[in-house]
Ligand binder design. Structure first.
Ligand code: GLN
Length: 500
């Protein structure tokens, strides 16, 4: 049963699942292989915030027992790591924040529990922007395994560049083959943009399709979990087990049974209408991105789909709308971190107000504090009508624009981000520059629509470029089908960065 070769990390999730089932490799060998790879790359990438070999190997041993007894789940023995926004009983759960640096959850997030119930083995917890606020994974305040201080996560395609964010480590780890798949969360693009920047595939399902229970809240009306892997096929396998109702714990989870997204992967896309919004191809889009997206669309035409022009006229407004609504919800969600029940508490203070002030000043990083202030401002008496209410109205209009577009097309395609991944530090002094780069991922988030990113080429400096596909509500199967068909005739998703 021992495999002499060490190419396990090049297998897809689906291939690895087969090998585990056939028992040509054991779950324990698999876990050991990926733990060793993690150690070898801790220094260069900084993706792990926590690992615990004993926990991982115990889970793998239990998986091997179920594989031997013929009681294996659909993901039995498959190694994954979770973005550190999901709470876990067996590992610390920090949200990348000093506020939760010492925090241990008494329970597992529903997404974590669902994947574990199918036999997935947890390798550890992954770095992210603090409370998922960011686009570069530079806003992390927790020290990664093997590091001496908090540092930005690095992109394996070029370690001088950011991996994207906020699920930056989830993307970098998969691209570097430190694991076949990971989980991420997407509030305004945090699965799609890092997937695009690291040359992997990631999908954010329809709002409500995955339970938010145990996902440390950023902006509750936007937050969604999703899988990140190298291929659409692997994402389909994970998404099928990650989604499903959670009525007792997340009242916004949709009351729909789980779906098997692997079944529709090979459906015909003949005659399928791909809407191309002109607003996604304006001046701000770099030539390399434009070209890659354009050739991807040409490839789809060869596969039988047809391109139709559509318009999402309020695309630009998605930025101010999101950066009002998300901070507003964040300011409310983060009020629970007051040093009383859990998380950091200032060591010295005079009275209760002083304890709150000191605790929160010490516990939160710059970007989080900026958003709490913006959010509190737009919700305050006198500004609520001027900002928050207006933003909510435009949010509805943005959703209506999508419904208008879906009258003439089946899915919508465009770039994920205006450029490839930028250099570490390039935008860190300018929050607005970061916000502007979110323009193409925010609209689907605000509308609650499913959307994904798949590798579509390479641009400046050899950095990956993603294609974004957006569907109408509950069309995640269609998106994965389109992505899979593309991946059968292209090899962008199979290329790997040098040295991994
Ligand atoms: N980049 C966006 C932000 O900073 C989106 C983050 C996310 O999706 N979690 O808020």
């Amino acid at each position: 049963m021992t495999r002499p070769d060490s190419d396990l990390h090049d297998l897809s999730l689906v291939q690895l699942a087969d090998q585990l089932r056939q028992r040509t490799v054991s779950a324990q060998e698999t876990a050991q292989h990926f733990l060793a790879r993690a150690k070898a790359h801790d220094q260069s990438l900084g993706v792990y915030l926590a690992r615990d070999e004993a926990v991982t190997l115990a889970q793998a041993r239990a998986a091997d027992e179920r594989l031997a007894q013929g009681t294996a789940g659909a993901l039995e023995g498959l190694p994954l790591a979770h973005k550190d926004i999901f709470v876990t009983r067996d590992f610390p759960s920090t949200a990348g924040s000093r506020m939760l640096a010492e925090y241990r959850s008494p329970f597992d997030a529903t997404v974590v529990a669902r994947l574990a119930a199918q036999g997935a083995v947890t390798l550890g917890k992954l770095n992210c922007d603090e409370f998922a606020m960011g686009s570069s994974n530079e806003n992390t305040a927790v020290t990664a395994v093997g590091h001496a201080q908090p540092e930005p996560v690095r992109n394996p395609w070029n370690t001088d560049h950011i991996p994207g964010g906020s699920s930056g480590a989830s993307a970098a780890a998969v691209a570097a083959r430190l694991m076949p798949a990971s989980t991420g969360t997407d509030t305004g693009g945090s699965i799609r943009q890092p997937a695009s920047f690291c040359g992997i595939t990631g999908i954010k399902p329809t709002y409500g399709r995955a339970s938010r229970y145990g996902m440390i809240a950023f902006a509750s009306s936007l937050d969604q979990a999703g899988p990140m892997a190298r291929s659409a096929e692997d994402c389909a396998l994970l998404l099928s087990h990650l989604c499903g109702p959670d009525p007792d714990r997340d009242s916004t989870s949709l009351d729909l049974p789980p779906a098997d997204y692997t079944r529709s992967l090979n459906d015909s896309i003949d005659g399928l209408r791909i809407g191309v919004p002109e607003e996604f191809f304006g001046d701000g889009v770099a030539d390399d991105v434009r070209q890659a997206v354009d050739s991807a669309l040409a490839q789809y035409e060869k596969l039988g789909a047809v391109r139709v022009p559509v318009s999402l006229p309020r695309t630009e407004l998605a930025i101010p709308v999101y950066y009002i609504i998300a901070p507003a919800e964040a300011s409310s969600n983060l009020s629970r971190f007051d040093g009383v029940k859990f998380g950091h508490r200032a060591a010295q203070f005079q009275d209760l107000a002083d304890m709150y002030r000191k605790t929160r000043s010490e516990g939160f990083g710059d970007e989080v504090r900026r958003r709490i202030m913006i959010g509190t401002y737009v919700l305050s008496h006198g500004y609520y009508d001027a900002y928050y209410l207006q933003a909510q109205k435009i949010r509805r209009m943005l959703s209506d624009d999508f419904q208008q577009a879906f009258k003439t097309c089946d899915v919508i395609a465009g770039p994920v981000a205006p450029t490839v991944a930028w250099r570490i530090g390039e935008k860190s002094a300018d929050p607005l520059a970061n916000y502007l780069a979110d323009i193409f991922t925010l609209p689907a988030s605000l509308a609650g629509l499913p959307a994904m990113s798949l590798p579509a080429g390479f641009g400046a400096g050899g950095m990956p470029i993603g294609l974004q596909l957006m569907g109408n509500y509950l069309q995640e199967g269609r998106l994965l089908n389109l992505a899979h068909r593309f991946q059968q005739v292209t090899d962008f998703h199979t290329r790997k960065p040098q040295g991994y």
